[in-house]
Design a protein around this ligand. Structure first.
Ligand code: PMP
Length: 305
C-alpha cells in the first residue's frame, strides 16, 4: 500500500503518500499502544460526504483518553484533516483511516516523555466482506479465541492492540474456510466479529449484545439502533448465547467497513432460510439510504467534503 500516488495527512501536513513514513524504533510498533478510526465517505447525489465524522473523531479522542495519550491536535483540526485528505486525493467514495501513535523518542514500556502523532489516509475500498456477501450473506464460525475481557486492553478504545485478537480470530476463520469469525466473551457470551458488531433477529425482535460483552460501541451499531426505531422494530440489548445464534431467524454484522452484512451460516449451521433475511434487507436498505444522503432526517450525519 505504501507505493501509491496521493497525499496522506501526517502531523499537520499533507505529505506525498510514498513519503508518509515512520522510524522502526516507533514505540507503538513495539508495544502496540495506539488508537485508530475507520470512517467512510460516500458519493451522495449532491456531493461527497463523510458519514458521522464528528462521532468518529469523538471516539478517536476517547480512545486516546482511555489509553492516556494526548493527541496534539484539536477535534476541529482532526475533522478538517479528514475532509482535506478526501479532497487532496480527489476521492468520491472512500474509506478513511485516522491513526494516533507514540513516537520514536525512546523505547521501554513507559511512553512517558515520548511524542504523540496523528495521521489520516484515505483510499477507495468496496464491500469489506465482498459484494456477494452483501447480497447472499456470509459464512462464519465461532472463534476458538476469546474476545478481550473488559479489563484487559480496554474494549471501548479502538486500540491497535485489540486487533491482535481480531487478527487471530479472522485468520483462523479464513483458514478454516469461513468468511469471518464471531468471538465470545470471557464468560462465553456472544461479543462481536473481528471488526464488526453483531445483531440477531428472532420472532421479529432485534437483539444485540450489550457492551459489557466487550464489544466496541460501534457507530454503525448505533445507526442501526436508530433505523430499528424508525422501522418500529423492538430492540433488546442483552447477553446472547452461542446457541441463540444457531436458532435465530436472521443474523447480520455491522461496521463502518462491513456496513450491514448478512450472515447466512454459523459453524456450518444454516441461519433462517440460509440467505439475507427480510428484516436484514430492510435495515440494509435504510442504512444505504442514510449514508448516501437519501434520507433527509439524517442529513446532519453527513459532512460535505
Ligand atoms: N467491533 C470492532 C472490533 C471493530 O473493529 C469495528 C469497526 N470499527 C466495529 C465493531 C464496528 O464499529 P463501527 O460501526 O464504529 O465501525
Amino acid at each position: 500500500m505504501s507505493d501509491r500516488d496521493g497525499k496522506i495527512w501526517m502531523d499537520g501536513q499533507l505529505v506525498d503518500w510514498r513519503d508518509a513514513k515512520i522510524h522502526v524504533l516507533t514505540h507503538t510498533l513495539h508495544y502496540g499502544c495506539g488508537a485508530f478510526e475507520g470512517v467512510r465517505a460516500y458519493e451522495t447525489e449532491q456531493d461527497t460526504a463523510i458519514f458521522r465524522l464528528e462521532d468518529h473523531t469523538k471516539r478517536l479522542f476517547n480512545s486516546a483518553k482511555i489509553l492516556r495519550m494526548q493527541i496534539p491536535f484539536t477535534h476541529e483540526q482532526v475533522n478538517q484533516a479528514q475532509v482535506d485528505v478526501v479532497k487532496a486525493n480527489a476521492l468520491k467514495s472512500c474509506y478513511l483511516r485516522p491513526l494516533t501513535w507514540i513516537g520514536d523518542r525512546k523505547l521501554g514500556v513507559s511512553p512517558k516523555g515520548n511524542t504523540i502523532h496523528l495521521m489520516v489516509a484515505a483510499w477507495a475500498w468496496g464491500a469489506y466482506l465482498g459484494e456477494e456477501g452483501m447480497q447472499r450473506g456470509i459464512r462464519t464460525k465461532i472463534s476458538s479465541y476469546t474476545r478481550h475481557h473488559v479489563n484487559i486492553t480496554m474494549s471501548q478504545a479502538k486500540a491497535v492492540s485489540n486487533y491482535t485478537n481480531s487478527i487471530l480470530a479472522n485468520t483462523e476463520a479464513l483458514d478454516d474456510g469461513y468468511d469471518e469469525a464471531i468471538l465470545l466473551d470471557a464468560s462465553g457470551f456472544v461479543s462481536e466479529g473481528s471488526g464488526e458488531n453483531i445483531f440477531v433477529i428472532k420472532d421479529g425482535v432485534v437483539y444485540t449484545p450489550d457492551l459489557s460483552a466487550g464489544a466496541l460501541n460501534g457507530i454503525t451499531r448505533n445507526t442501526v439502533l436508530h433505523i430499528c426505531k424508525d422501522l418500529g422494530l423492538e430492540v433488546v440489548q442483552k447477553r446472547i448465547t452461542r446457541d441463540e445464534l444457531y436458532i435465530s431467524d436472521e443474523l447480520f454484522f455491522t461496521g463502518t467497513a462491513a456496513e450491514v452484512t448478512p450472515i447466512r451460516e454459523v459453524d456450518r449451521i444454516q441461519i433462517g432460510a440460509g440467505q439475507r433475511g427480510p428484516i436484514t434487507e430492510k435495515i440494509q436498505t435504510a442504512y444505504f439510504d442514510i449514508v448516501n444522503g437519501r434520507n433527509p432526517q439524517y442529513a446532519h450525519w453527513l459532512t460535505k467534503v
